[in-house]
Design a protein around this ligand. Sequence first.
Ligand code: FUL
Length: 687
Amino acid sequence: MKTTSNSILFIALALLMACTPGPPSPVHPIPTEDQLRWQEMEFYGFLHFNMNTFTNIEWGYGDKKPEIFNPTELDARQWARVAKEAGMTGLIITAKHHDGFCLWPSEYTEHSVKNSPWRDGKGDVIRELADACKEYGLKLGVYLSPWDRNHADYGKPEYITYFRNQLTELLTDYGDIFEVWFDGANGGDGYYGGANESRKVDKLSYYGWEETYKLVKELQPNAIIFSDAGPGTRWVGNEHGHAYETTWSPLLKDSVYGGMPEYSKKYSMGQENGTHWVPAEADVSIRPGWYYHPYEDDKVHSLKKLLDIYYYSIGRNSTFLLNFPVDTRGLIHENDVAQLQKLTNQLNLDFANNLALNAKIETSNTRSDAAFSSGAAVDGEEHTYWATEEGVIESSLTIEFEQPTTFNRFVVQEYIALGQRVKKFKLEAEVNGKWETIDNQTTIGYKRILRFDDVTATKLKLTIEDAKASPTISNIEVYNAPLVVDAPKIMRDKNGIVSLNIPEEGVDIYYTINGETPTTESSKYSMPFEVHKPTTIKTFALDSKTNRKSEINSKSFDISKSKWSIVSGDKKLDASIDDNPNSNAQINNELIIDLGETHRIKGFTYLPSQSKWSKNEITHYSFYGSRNGKNWNLLKKGEFSNIIANPIEQKITFDKKSRVKFVKLRANKVKNKDHKALVAEIGIITK
Ligand code: FUL
């Protein structure tokens, strides 16, 4: 008798829940209003501009005089215009980087623009940017580096007071700030007011973050705070701008602190059982480095790479923070502007015509309340959503096209105000009356974009296979993006043999080997060729059937390594001079190379291992040269700045040229001291 009444009660309750009008119950954690607004900003810019711009390095020691800072044509309105035209919603600037130099006339230090020749010491970059952002309708954010290699008190409690004073200036004097960026880096050594020593701090306790966060909230209640641990947004864990196929916005925040060594591998993808809403932000520079280096003028990312980044950040439940290294004139370089424009144009084409807008749809289950009907998923409005009945997880939504329709992009969004729910979903298409799987995936979150080869179908079905609670889908869009012809990849091997490769077949490749812009009148590629002298190779591909043309790819080479050998004769070390970025040599502190003949060299390059989560980057080095392999001259000693977070090729130039036949790289420090250094490639600079 008791059992029956219990069952009746249970059924009644279940029915009541199923028919309960009103929105689904939230699944915690959920975002704050500010986080929601911030997430919808999607695409915003980063500006790295500082003393490093003028010293041509990535991390300054803090020992340079403010006189060095002297942009000739600084124009913050250009930065804002470029960002606005690209569809960006805000700009974040390095108000103070690790070298401690301040772009505003802080009253707490002499190490700032006020002692520079720029605008006779009366300038304020933050003010100019704040005004420009206002004019162009962009939001303003500030990066204030906690690590300060200039300040004498860094490491002592006094520095924290200084840091908070500076934060107070920035958050009081420049209007609304949408994001405050706290970087986790601390490489140890610095100038520190002349002490020239190494100072590491306990990143968990030294900065007193909780107090600092309170200060931010007091001064800028709506600002989002960035750090590895949030609390507003978290680092995506790499500097390539790539979020993960499975990216949760919830984070086990209490297990994380800013700059923790295991963060990237362990926490950066977020967690299904995360306790706090701390969504990912994917930061990446438009060139290899964060700061401007003239030698990277021809290394601005290709359209293909920028598109990949877009789809791997915004398309994977993350925001996209794209950096511009402002140059010594104080402008975003024209090459960067050109690539950005290509990205914007292509995205406009990719997302030109939403084939799902107000399409005919069917769902396996829908909440009875009309406010959450299936039509809400295709009404082009992301604040309305389709929801299933409470507790109904497995569900599908089918779009029916009026005629066979071709598409290759699928956009889907969850109504995240109620929490991130979907754990597993699949996409299928009905092609010639048969259902075919397009993709099997995991998380959706704020936005997920799938790219796939052209499919021509009459129906398209999204199936939610697993979720933390009944799904809430706010938006679905379908597009047919035009094909982009890839620019040929330029590779040269140890013997100086150059090959130009492209994935597409039936496409013609044209090239020049003297740095000139190639046209269809230039050499047509048919087979690999030899190039031994320093030069720049430029190439593009043309699909003559459709007249689609790729952008031009360009790569500069120094002398070929055909005569080089490893002095010890150890064959395993050849990987460091084989001109193949994907093979590594493991070295015992030192690597000695015989260049085969004498060269006047003005620098060297070091490419660390390109494998994910490598522990073997050399962070501090000495580089020597010799004419006979016996008597060595130290040519340079220093650090490879930021190599751990951004393991790109390091380009080191000497104060003067040196004639050498032998070179020696010594690893003074490796990222993880229990690991041996890995060298993907060593090069020399002669031109
Ligand atoms: C890193 C810094 O060390 C780099 O210099 C750069 O500012 C990047 C955005 O964050 O951690």
